[in-house]
Design a protein around this ligand. Structure first.
Ligand code: ADP
Length: 391
């Protein structure tokens, strides 16, 4: 059965067509710069990327193009072959404790959360509506970045701030990357053959977060009200004393929103190093002795170790740490240095295994904690959710 997994941004739309339940990719692609004259549509045909630049007015046109591309390239013969569409939705608030079949009410509920994710949720809705218009009889499912973390207890998700902020405005930690944390922790439980395992997933990409998973449930995570919180990332600061906002806005005569933009877009690797948001550039420059690149790198490793230590204590032990996403899957040096930073917990890496690619165990035989690399696959997770709800 063919299922489409969709991730719609404000000016982009990524898609992957999967064969389910085999969980194999049939094709994938994206539309970028929607709304502009020089929009680009990219689709994989027989493993080769084919791209075309053209004017794409809006998401509806983008979706029409995707469907036309699937048919013209003989990836599908007709629309009827698509049996379900799963949409990534960033913010599900406290309303959505699970993925959900999309109805008019669900769309209204997602819209009611726009204040919590002003950049993401409206874009996700645009994508949903575009697919509804073109595939009106096909089941559409919303899969939220936040639902996996809805199992956190109050002591983990509440900020120590006026309680009314929570009751009136929904100020609390929601956490993100939920589909990835769920996918990776489920796989780790299989590899450990232990459904009660205590696991930390380190999703280290351009955006990065950690998640503590006990018996398959998220019990804590590093991102908060927004994806700015937690560990330092490519361009985001991670957790920071909010007083910084006041000081910098006064000194530079800028608004809070403007300074917040610096914390989202000009901090992390980029802000500290002054060079790049890309971990490869940071590591290359560090190896050549660049002082601020080294500092950017070291700050991130320390903060990751801080979170792992705190989750170790919170869960009362740890069976496995799993590295995933762009950096976690591809940067042995980062994995090595994180494990080195927490060696007091008894975790040890096998330097030979650590250099290998793909899913594998990288801890040494005498390590007290198993360390895995598990490539994430958010699209498969989304397609699984469509299958589960399409009964
Ligand atoms: P996101 O989905 O958050 O945009 P990704 O998971 O794609 O991010 O990860 C992007 C990060 O992965 C970048 O910082 C990039 O440097 C890093 N990365 C990708 N490939 C490699 C590699 N071969 N070695 C080291 N880092 C890599």
């Amino acid at each position: 059965m063919k299922i489409l997994a969709v991730n719609a941004g404000s000016s982009s739309l990524k898609f992957q067509l999967l064969n389910m339940p085999e969980e194999t990719e049939i094709t994938s692609g994206l539309v970028e710069r929607i709304g502009y004259d020089n929009a680009v549509f990219v689709i994989k045909v027989n493993g080769q990327k084919v791209s075309k630049e053209q004017t794409i007015l809006d998401h509806k046109v983008a979706v029409e193009l995707v469907i036309k591309g699937l048919i013209e390239n003989k990836i599908i013969d007709s629309l009827d072959e698509i049996k379900g569409v799963g949409h990534r939705v960033v913010q599900g608030g406290e309303i959505f404790k699970d993925s959900v079949v999309i109805t008019d009410q669900v769309i209204k509920d997602i819209e009611s959360l726009n204040d919590l994710a002003p950049l993401h949720n409206p874009a996700n809705i645009t994508g949903i509506k575009a697919f509804q218009a073109i595939l009106p009889n096909v089941i559409q499912v919303a899969v939220f970045d936040t639902t996996f973390h809805q199992t956190m207890k109050e002591d983990a998700y509440l900020y120590s701030a006026p309680y009314e902020w929570y009751t009136k405005y929904g100020v609390r930690k929601y956490g993100f990357h939920g589909t990835s944390h769920q996918f990776v922790s489920q796989r780790a439980m299989e590899l450990l053959d232990n459904p009660k395992a205590k696991i930390i997933v380190a999703h280290l990409g351009n955006g990065a977060s950690l998640c503590a998973v006990d018996s398959g449930k998220s019990v804590d995570t590093s991102m908060g009200l927004t994806p700015l919180d937690g560990i330092p990332m490519g361009t985001r600061s991670g957790s920071i004393d909010p007083s910084v906002l006041m000081l910098v806005s006064q000194k530079e005569n800028r608004s809070y929103a403007d300074v917040l933009d610096d914390l989202n877009k000009r901090s992390g690797y980029l802000g500290v190093s002054g060079i790049s948001n890309d971990s490869r550039d940071i590591v290359d420059n560090m190896n050549e002795g660049h002082k601020r690149a080294t500092l950017a790198y070291k700050i991130q490793i320390k903060r990751i170790a801080d979170f792992i230590g705190s989750y170790y204590v919170y869960m009362g032990g740890l069976d496995a740490i799993c590295f995933t996403a762009g950096i976690g899957e591809n940067a042995p040096i980062v994995r090595n240095d994180v494990i080195e930073a927490i060696k007091v917990l008894g975790a040890k890496i096998d330097p030979v295994e650590n250099q290998k690619r793909g899913e594998h165990l990288i801890s040494s035989k005498d390590s007290k904690i198993k360390v895995f690399v598990i490539p994430t696959n958010e699209e498969v997770m989304i397609a699984r959710e469509v299958m589960r709800l399409n009964k």
